[in-house]
Design a protein around this ligand. Sequence first.
Ligand SMILES: [Zn+2]
Length: 677
Amino acid sequence: MNKKINNPLLIRDELPLFSQIEPIHISPAIDLILEENRKKILQIENFSEELLWENFIEPLQQCDEKLSRAWSQVNHLNAVVNSHNLRDEYNKNFLKITNYYSEISQNEIIYKKFKDLKQSSVYKSFNDAKKKVVDDELLGFELGGVDLNTSDKEEFKKIKEELSSLTSKFEENLLDATNNFHLHITDPIKLNGLPQDIIAMVKNNAQQKKLDGWLFTLDFPCYIPTLQYADDRELRKEMYHAYATKASEIGDPLLDNSQNINNILILKTKLAKMLNYSDYASMSLKTKMAKASDDVTKFLYDLALKAKPFAKIDMLDLLKEASKAGLNNIEAWDVSYFSEKIKQQKFNFSDQEIRNYFPKEKVLMGLFNIVEKIYSIYITPKKADVWDSLVDFYEIRDEKNNLLGQFYLDLYARKNKRGGAWMDEAISKYKFAKESSLPVAYLTCNFTPPINNTSSTFTHDEVITLFHEFGHGLHHLLTEIDEYSVSGIKGVEWDAVELPSQFMENFCWEWSVIHNMTEHVTTKQAMPKLLFDKLYLSKNFQSGMQTLRQVEFALFDMILHSTYDSSSNDVLGTLDEIRNKISVIKPPAWNRFPHSFSHIFAGGYAAGYYSYKWAEVLSADAYSLFEENGVISPLIGKTFRQEILARGGSRPALDSFIAFRGREPTIDSLLKNSGLS
Ligand SMILES: [Zn+2]
């Protein structure tokens, strides 16, 4: 029997067949694709004809596309409709795929062919996108350790495996330490100041454990409001202490991340040195827009210098507020509490009040209107096979009615769906000799679902999130690149990939935009200008302190990964030194922030945390050209689409930026936007 006919993961229709995919389909599909791909690669290894795009690179890209398309569906379902069976199958196959990719990145025969191609006249005849594909491939091989001798290759692979288990352990310790903490309270006086819904939540926590009183946890929905609202300073301190010492030597020794941090840093440094880099940051920056760690630290220190005077004012405001409560100092556990008090006095509006003006239909219409006008595109709803009845599907067409791409919109939180918001590639654009495809995207959010068939409404933060993800989506969907591995967001440097997404956020702060995309759920009126002004005023609340905090994390990450020395091994000392230089408030000596900094120790942000601020420079500077020309400008939009969105990873991000802006980026717009100038 033909295995492909009965396996929806192997049917390459225009769109995935989500309603038919079951966990039992995963292993057979992935096994078959890997087997076919390995066969194909072996064939390519063995041929001796002249190396051309058509006979060498295209078949390799096809292998990659086939695997990615099937795996993207599995990966997506695992994230949005998780189940035990699915997770088991996911983990099992994820391992197979990881091994397959490390096998390829160390394949010397294919690597040699790429090197030969690079030297040939064929390479010289390639367009920029094709050249970039070859260059990216070569770098991938080098960073995968292809040049090492056989025993070093083995060691390199072993270190990578060890790193992946250390980083999972880091994350597990953090999760367990968070889950294990409970603070039991029986004195109702301690609850003063807390909102009713939080009190109900901690009461429910206690009841579930058959306890009297109230039970506090370190989950975000409990921890954050406790620090913001609890009048009881001791309660705030106890919670802060637990939170700030999570997974460290101060708590359960079994969940202590200290040694994991050191081992991760030692192994990362070792990987870098094996490839002849002086440190891990230098290796990590090879695939980024920033060229050297010094450039990054200089950028961050400059930003800190600009933000510090504003942070000092924020701090004075806090001290003033604290003195009203009879305190003459501010501790780390007081910051959120007094910030919240200042906020309530200064801006005087609630999230609920704002939310009533942002019903889903109006927001989507507003969003679509902006991008339709700016980019001359048309978005219309369409039917598709989806994984949940509340998922929407749309297509994008150009002025001549040509289809450009399609996207799924999964807006609401539900059980077994991963938190947060993201854009992911379902299908990427490519044109092979005998087959081509247009891009398809998943846009996923976790907003509050509609109750009893009423329309859902969004907070302003949620509207910003939607715009942000839509920006990533357009980067993927409006690509005009036919070369698979550099189309859309593929091949875009890590520290530039947030440009199109952060760019879109700016529209959420424009009165001309907001006016047209708000409608009160009962009065049907647009948001009054007065309320928008209050909202706008709150935009840069404590921007100085917040910027310093982000810069502190980014500096810590970059300096740690560029100067780590296993003999002194002073991770906390490194952080302390940075805080002494730039911070306006110093956390207590027992603060163990590094032990829960999973972005850099368990996520992909090692020597890359600065990317958020780096890309914000680009997005703010790009948006300033729209501001100069009236924000809904089809003329500027056309250039932005052509030079940035359409180009994807086919050329360096800096080249795309300069092609759009006419010059290199400057930091001025970011400072202005964040109220730091
Ligand atoms: Zn993003």
